[in-house]
Design a protein around this ligand. Sequence first.
Ligand code: GAL
Length: 751
Amino acid sequence: MPCRELLNFNTKWLYIPEDCGNYSQVSIDESSFEKVSVPHTNKLHPHNYFCEHDYQFVSWYRRHFTAKEEWKDRRVAVEFEGAMIVAEIFLNGEKLFEHKGGYTPFTVELTDKLLWGKDNVLAVRLDSCCHPDVPPEGEIVDYMLFGGIYRNVNLVVSDRLYLEHVFISSHDVTEEKAVVKAIASVNNKMGSEQDFVVTHRLLDQDGKVIREISSREEQIAAGETKQVLCEFEVNHPHLWNLNDPFLYTVKTEISGQDNVESRIGIRSIRFNENSLFELNGKVVKLTGHNRHQNFPYLGGAMCDRYQREDADILKYQLGCNFMRTSHYPQAKSFLDRCDEIGLLVFEELPGWQFIGDESWKQLCYQNITDMIYRDYNHPSIIMWGVRINESLDDDDFYTKTNALAHELDPTRPTTGVRYLRESSFLEDVYGFNDYHLAPKGELRRPNYHPYFVSEYLGVMFPTKSYDNIGRQVEFARRHASSLNAFYRSSDMAGATGWSAFDYNTHIPFGHGDRVCYHGLTDIFRIPKLAAYVHQSQVDAKESKPMVFIAKYLVPAYFEDHEELDQGYRGRTYVFSNCEEVELFFEGESMGRLKPDDKAFPYLPHPPFVFEVPYTFQGMRETTHMEAVGYIDGKEAARFERKISVRARAVKLEADYSTIEANGYDLTRVVVSVVDEHGQYLPFCQLPVTFTLEGPGELIGENPLGMEGGRAAVYVRSTMETGVVKLTGKCRDLDSCEIQINFVKPNGTFVS
Ligand code: GAL
């Protein structure tokens, strides 16, 4: 019997943004359907100033495929990783399944309904309207539930005696030894009782088998599911750590037939007697940010490449060792990347302030189950969120959600986020949003331990990438103060700021244009000045030496120098993880300083604060500023700004020059207008107009106005390989042309 086949079912879908009673039927006129790949948004939208009604409608997706004759004795199922919000699934005109809720996966069994060797039609009626009966909705929430089959779809072909899940956990972990427990859920769709043996093989990163263990022979009745536990010891395990996130592979098979691969990390987690978090017995102060899965133009329908990229931004650009998937389970590929790079995760059920009736709560229990089933094996996940974000107490409901999570996964602590200091504490860890005092150096503690601050700052000082420099520097300074307060606290396990990225939201929230500007980066993932405060907290040995001048080089005094009226000295902040920084104006040294550990005594790497002389009379026009960072007395990092005289050219920077021709892979292209030194112009709002030649698609506004001097579009592939040329033009400036290659995609696709 062949092994399990996991086929990519993302391509060759037909889509129509309207509802019609007969779209489930086999023979219909499909001429007005559009050919699409998923992840797919039911509606492309501008990055701001649009309305939720634009995407709140019913649409249909159809996919023709041949069920191969050789699959006849096998099990065939389709897995949807996420479809927003209510999906009805039909095969050859017959309704097979309905799923409510856009944030969790679902599997539809096709086996008994397929026409072998013939064309089959899978049709999805997707209702993306507002659903007060489905969490997180009920009342308005502060984020958008964009429509579409917005995550991957897979076709699974396996034996009919198959592995439904394999849950793997590590216990009694030390450097010498660890116990690994593997629970295999076996399902029998063979139609008769079966005998079977489960075998697990543990492989290291070179593919070498380190341990092999088999269960005793088991029996399973027809139509039943059976759980089989196997336990084995690993000597001298290579532990999963933040700086060395070592992943093992476990290959599980049943009697030489169905098989699945799981990636695991061997590590121990706990909150200790002092209420602090320990990874492998060592305290880790959890620092990070909240992430919404929202992208410009595409809403949630972003391919794996940029789901993964967000994890990298959090860890490497925003200095996180921890993040929160606010306020729902996020893409599988995002979590895979967190495992790979060593980024700890708190994942929570969908919800926002509102608690609904009994049937609404039933969906919450289902969401918790689906979340834990999907994500059990991720070493990066350290807590399950079992309360609706910022909801009031409901002891009966939360006793059940908490017990459910513990029953499904006894290895991880539970938590839940409140804005209240006093609330029924039913979980293991108290999540508390502290928006008030941290920037002033005070903490508002909840009444319970262990606790962590699940949100801080953004709401209190929203800052746009195009706000004036004074506000941007103040936003950065408040981040530094908040972090300082958190590091000072000896009993707070950690903190996640609100939020990593700007995101789209409904009118009552956000800042008037359907964008919430609480992020450390804008919605395009372009960093604001405050991002560098966090980046600079990571030790140079763990990342790399960096230095950043939080200032634009403009000869404007009031805007740029908040303290000008207090002695005509401008204050310039430099963020760096170096030991000393020297700042130069026109080549003249403004001093070589140590970090300001008087103002920020608890920060691992406080900002460097330079007092720079400016006078009204005879004020110099600064043309050149440079910061040099030193470690062990040697230059380790350098950052330079030069005065901009004129706009010179359009600049297009693609993150990737090669992507896959599958209709959903894409690359971001950062767009700016640059000066004669190649620097972007922070006050430029000029529109850039694009022309795209070749077999690709431009995703974004055209023309696109710069915000804070930069913005971004995406170039998405089609199913054709080839080269795409993207040109950006603006006024009489030099235009820019880049090329992106679309190559044959990886993976095995359903034909
Ligand atoms: C918090 C909430 C977040 C977000 C934030 C404001 O209270 O938990 O989801 O809405 O306010 O942006």
